[in-house]
Design a protein around this ligand. Structure first.
Ligand code: UD1
Length: 361
């Protein structure tokens, strides 16, 4: 059986790594990886292939950056051509990016079953690009692999039930698999910081970066939190966030922060494990903080990972100085941590099993 996987943006390289490993281990399928090229800078793309030992993609569609429509359209055309040429038994798509939706749409229209990894996540507002991508991808998918019971119940509410199951989170598999490679102390000494004396912050969502008042409020919050708690702010920065800080004339507000380039997986996880807590608008990092026993202040109006908010471990904050300080101080307090919200670290196995059972050979 031949299966294609489509990746394109940072978190997808990470998710695909373990599916590739699982499939290769059992020599069960021919597995062809297609890279849309949505992320293309070395530190946004190649670094993950190198450190996670993922085979180079067989195709790179060179989609690059642009408006949502431009990116989705370019990926749609490119993926369709590859699918017609390869004629796989199924296409695996990951998460909620423009690449995900383009892949699902291209495959569904030529009758190639779509396997959606990280299905069933729902979040307000409905107009958020990622929410549009995930709702449509779920509708187009034949096999739906959910990270949690909540994701599966979201699908049931929309009457999407056939071939939907809880497989657990593949990012938890990867966290456990790579844990021996994390080196918190080494990373701290390389960056000149003390373990537990810093916060890891990442901000890249367009609704935070492209609104000058919000971006200013977030940076002011980080500065104020640093002043009040004496914790350093370690801020690996997405290329778009860098651009907006310059455009909006906010460079003074990053002088007191420890700015780093975008980091690879091992380096970022090592820092998270050594941190006091995390402030982020990244979907993946909210959960990875939990895997590392760290709380996260999530700067979003809502999150797809509501389990972590409902149990009080993660905290949602609006993008302004006072709330970020308020929730940052709360995140320093103790909190009961619930276990196994996202499976037991065997998601890759379960996803491969779901594909085998769901696709007639
Ligand atoms: C995308 C996903 C988001 C995911 C994130 C992971 C969509 C709609 N969003 O957001 O769900 O959390 O990836 O990182 O697909 N840029 C570069 N170099 C790169 C990539 C991007 O400079 O290699 C800059 C460009 O200015 C680009 C901007 O970053 O326009 C945004 O990139 P884009 O791929 O549109 O979305 P992300 O914010 O990365």
């Amino acid at each position: 059986m031949k299966i294609c996987s489509l990746v394109g943006a940072r978190p997808q390289f990470i998710k695909e790594a373990l599916i590739s490993a699982e499939v290769t281990k059992n020599h069960e399928w021919e597995h062809i990886v297609i890279h849309s090229g949505q992320h293309y800078d070395f530190k946004m793309s190649d670094i993950f292939f190198n450190e996670l030992n993922i085979p180079n993609p067989a195709y790179n569609l060179g989609v690059g950056s642009g408006s949502h429509a431009e990116m989705t359209a370019a990926a749609l055309t490119g993926v369709e051509q590859v699918l017609i040429k390869e004629n796989p038994a199924g296409l695996i798509v990951y998460g909620d990016t423009n690449t995900t939706l383009a892949g699902a749409l291209a495959a569904a229209k030529i009758d190639i079953p779509v396997i959606h990894v990280e299905a069933g996540i729902r979040q307000q507002p409905k107009s958020m690009p990622e929410e549009i991508n995930r709702v449509l991808t779920d509708k187009l998918s034949t096999i739906l692999c959910c990270c949690s019971d909540l994701s599966l119940s979201n699908l049931k509410k929309e009457n999407i039930e056939t071939n939907a199951s809880v497989t657990g989170d593949i990012m938890y598999d990867l966290f456990m698999h790579m844990y021996p490679k994390f080196s918190p102390e080494k990373q701290c000494s390389e960056h000149g910081i003390q373990p537990q004396k810093f916060i890891v912050a990442t901000i890249h969502r367009d609704f935070n970066t492209d609104n000058a008042a919000y971006l200013k409020g977030i940076l002011e919050g980080l500065n104020e939190l640093r002043r009040k708690t004496d914790l350093e702010i370690v801020f690996p920065i997405h290329p778009r966030t860098t651009k907006r800080i310059q455009e909006f004339g906010l460079t003074d507000l990053v002088d007191g922060l420890k700015i780093l380039p975008p980091l690879g997986y091992v380096e970022l996880m090592s820092l998270v494990c050594a941190s006091s807590f995390v402030i982020t608008d990244s979907g993946g990092l909210q959960k990875e903080a939990y895997y590392a026993n760290r709380r996260a202040v999530v700067i979003m109006p809502d999150t797809g990972w509501r389990e972590l908010i409902e149990c009080g471990w993660n905290l949602l904050s609006p993008p302004n100085r006072d709330d970020i300080v308020l929730y940052g101080e709360k995140a320093l307090r103790d909190c009961h941590k619930p276990n196994s919200l996202y499976g037991n670290g065997d998601a890759a196995k379960k996803i491969v099993k779901a594909v085998k059972e769901g696709i007639p050979v």
